[in-house]
Every structure is written in structure tokens, then in C-alpha cells.
Ligand binder design. Structure first.
Ligand SMILES: [Zn+2]
Length: 321
């Protein structure tokens, strides 16, 4: 990245913010290989934070918040939560810069409720992964389809107590095609879509929680370096998706003390075709003996359900910030 040629240098006005000081804020930008980057120094000023570039790391901080950006790494920490950016921050001349798309679609909606488009959040479609012949991941003790269904039932109860209207893509052990799940949410006029899964990997020591949102147009998924070109239905809600994933992920990791594997971008079918803001949470690994026991227990599932519900409430409140 440091050897790349920056093609342009410009300014763009941020006109989204309600405060007069921010309304005419000039944020400098540079373009490299077709991607626009903004100066983290200006991002810091925008949020009234301190800008502290260090070797290999740039920290933005204020009394309440701290943002850690590692140079040339996509993984960053936003207020203690691990977030995988679409593009790695880098150094331009002596300035740390971050992708403008990451700033506008991910960072700003997470830090500032006014950047999240206001939308009704009343009808929530849950999506317990797998079902029927599609058992999903198989651990020593549990199958994924059983855990996701049990969690969906618990989460339904919690959300109904908050006054939400809740439905699910399946309420029993039946097979539901991946392609049918988003249309079920659409036909039911869902305001929010939450997909529930368990993780599996060959390395048995790997554990923790990760939360996915759909990759914005022109950005790569977390496990890829080549940007996807085409926009999809779920991209209408990029900003809402970022805040939703952040609130749900932060709430779950804190509530159960799980390892924070981060917020990630993916192209999963249910997220691509979502008719409303959507997130997919992987609540833990069936391939890790301790974690499998935990996510299979009623007590742990209840905690996760309560934490997801609390995260959704926070997401709704963020629109009134
Ligand atoms: Zn799954």
C-alpha cells in the first residue's frame, strides 16, 4: 500500500451531521487504486477526539471512547469491540488514512446514531440456522440445528417481553432452503432479520463469538481480498447493518464473557437477500469441547438470548441519539 500511487487529493463536505460545527466540516481525502481514503486526523476532529499516531498504530480517544487502528491491518478495535474493516488503514506521507467507505458505512453509524437512517423496528424475523435433514455443524454432544432452534425460542420470548412482534423462518425441526429464508422475512414485512448459527472449525482450540453483516458494494468480504462488484438487496441497509451488528455483538460478548472474534463482512445468502437490516451471529464453536458444552446448556442459551434482545433494544435506541 505504501508504494501505491495516490491519484487524487481532495476535500469532501460532511453534510450529514445535525450540529452546525459538523455541518460544514471539511474532511480531506486521497484516492489510491480507485479507493478513497480520509485522514484519521480529520476523523478525530470530527468526533472531538484526540489523534495519537504511534508506531504501527493510531489511536483516537476521548473521555468515553477509544478507537485503535493498526496500520495495514483490517482488524481494529472500536470502543473495545473487534471490527474487521473492509480496507486496512495505511499511512499517506505522515498521515494515517482510513477508507472513506469504512468511515461512512461502518465507523460513523457505530459512533453516531444520527448517521443511522431512521426506520421502524417492530417486527423481527428470527432465522434459526439449518433444520430437518440439514443438521448444520455436528459436535460431540449437539447438532447445530437443535441449538439454533432452542435459542430462537428463548429469544422470541425475550423480544416479546420488550413488545416486539416476532416470527421465525422455522419453529420446528424442518428443512428450510437458504433461498427461502429472506423471502419469508419479506412476505411477513419484517423490520429486522437475525440469523442464528453455531461455528465449526478443524482447530479445536478456536472459540468465541462472531457477527456477520453483508459486505457493502465494491468491498471485499472479511475472508477475501477481492472486492465484490455487484450491489445486493441487503446493501440498502449497510449503515443500519453496521450498527445492528455492533450492538448485538457487543452485548453478547460482554454478557457471556466470550472471546471476541469480531464483526465481519460476508456474502451469506440470507444477508445478501435480506429485505431489512440484518445480522448473522455465530454464538460459539461446536468444535471446541468447552464451548460446545456451554452453548448447549439452557442457562448459557438464556444469557445469549437476553443479550441479543438487549442489543436489539440498543440498536433501536441508537436511532434516537
Ligand atoms: Zn450454520
Amino acid at each position: 500500500m505504501r508504494h501505491a500511487v495516490f491519484l487524487a487529493f481532495g476535500l469532501f463536505l460532511l453534510l450529514l451531521a445535525p450540529s452546525p460545527a459538523r455541518a460544514a466540516f471539511k474532511m480531506r481525502s486521497v484516492t489510491v487504486n480507485g479507493q478513497t481514503y480520509v485522514f484519521l486526523r480529520d476523523v478525530a476532529t470530527y468526533y472531538a477526539m484526540r489523534y495519537a499516531p504511534q508506531k504501527g498504530l493510531t489511536v483516537l480517544s476521548s473521555g468515553r471512547s477509544r478507537l485503535d487502528f493498526t496500520i495495514d491491518k483490517r482488524e481494529c478495535a472500536l470502543c473495545g469491540v473487534t471490527v474487521h474493516l473492509s480496507f486496512a488503514p495505511t499511512v499517506w506521507q505522515t498521515e494515517t488514512v482510513m477508507s472513506e467507505r469504512d468511515f461512512l458505512l461502518l465507523l460513523d453509524p457505530i459512533l453516531r446514531g444520527a448517521a443511522v437512517p431512521k426506520q421502524k423496528v417492530s417486527r423481527i424475523m428470527l432465522d434459526p440456522g439449518h433444520g430437518g435433514r440439514d443438521v448444520g455443524g455436528i459436535g460431540k454432544l449437539y447438532q447445530e440445528k437443535t441449538i439454533t432452534l432452542a435459542l430462537s425460542r428463548r429469544l422470541t420470548e425475550k423480544l416479546e417481553k420488550y413488545g416486539y412482534v416476532v416470527n421465525a423462518t422455522r419453529t420446528s425441526d424442518v428443512e428450510v432452503d437458504l433461498e427461502r429464508r429472506a423471502p419469508l422475512a419479506e412476505n411477513w414485512r419484517a423490520d429486522l432479520f437475525i440469523s442464528l448459527h453455531c461455528n465449526l472449525t478443524e482447530a479445536s482450540e478456536v472459540k468465541g463469538v462472531e457477527t456477520f453483516l453483508v459486505a457493502p458494494e465494491g468491498t471485499p468480504s472479511t475472508y477475501s481480498n477481492s472486492p465484490k462488484v455487484k450491489s445486493c438487496s441487503g446493501n440498502r441497509f449497510d449503515k443500519q447493518n453496521s450498527r445492528l451488528a455492533y450492538e448485538v455483538h457487543r452485548s453478547v460478548v460482554a454478557a457471556v464473557g466470550a472471546r471476541d472474534r469480531g464483526i465481519k463482512h460476508a456474502q451469506f445468502a440470507v444477508l445478501r437477500s435480506a429485505p431489512c437490516p440484518a445480522a448473522l451471529i455465530e454464538i460459539g464453536f461446536l468444535s471446541n469441547r468447552d464451548e460446545e458444552k456451554r452453548i448447549g446448556s439452557a442457562d448459557h442459551q438464556d444469557k445469549i438470548a437476553a443479550a441479543i434482545a438487549a442489543g436489539i433494544v440498543k440498536y433501536r435506541q441508537s436511532m434516537n441519539e
